[in-house]
Design a protein around this ligand. Structure first.
Ligand SMILES: Nc1nc2c(c(=O)[nH]1)N=C([C@H](O)[C@@H](O)CO)CN2
Length: 121
């Protein structure tokens, strides 16, 4: 299985369970690993034959900037659904880092994997 990755995507959004968090924008940092058989694109050298990571990043930025979730879990789950359903990705691992949300901790968040990464080709 091949993987196309996108790491360190920083986006400002409303997220959190406390009243003060509903009044400000905080930064979430997103990492994606997305299963994609790259062999066809490697042969054709054509963007149409692969997963366009620019298109993925634009969709993710637009979605997150306009969201207002309470939990990191909800945002992560919905992002995984978008990646899989809109871009035809069979398996995705997503890390959502709400950096700075916990005093004394450098990072906090959630890592999820969705889909099937076994390759039947
Ligand atoms: N499992 C979770 N725990 C907590 C979350 C969350 O989204 N998932 N969120 C908060 C607060 O919003 C926190 O980030 C603010 O300090 C607390 N626990």
């Amino acid at each position: 299985m091949d993987i196309i990755f996108l790491r360190g995507l920083q986006i400002e959004t409303i997220i959190g369970i406390y009243d003060w968090e509903r009044e400000i924008r905080q930064t979430v940092i997103l990492d994606f690993e997305m299963a994609c058989d790259i062999r066809k694109a490697a042969q054709s050298d054509a963007i149409e034959d692969t997963l366009d990571y620019k298109a993925v990043s634009k969709r993710v930025i637009d979605f997150v900037e306009n969201s207002q979730f309470f939990l990191v879990e909800t945002m992560a789950e919905q992002l995984a659904q978008i990646i899989r359903n809109e871009f035809g990705v069979p398996w995705v691992r997503l890390t959502l880092n709400k950096k700075g949300a916990i005093r004394g901790a450098s990072d906090v968040g959630v890592i999820i994997e969705r889909g099937d990464k076994s390759c039947h080709a």
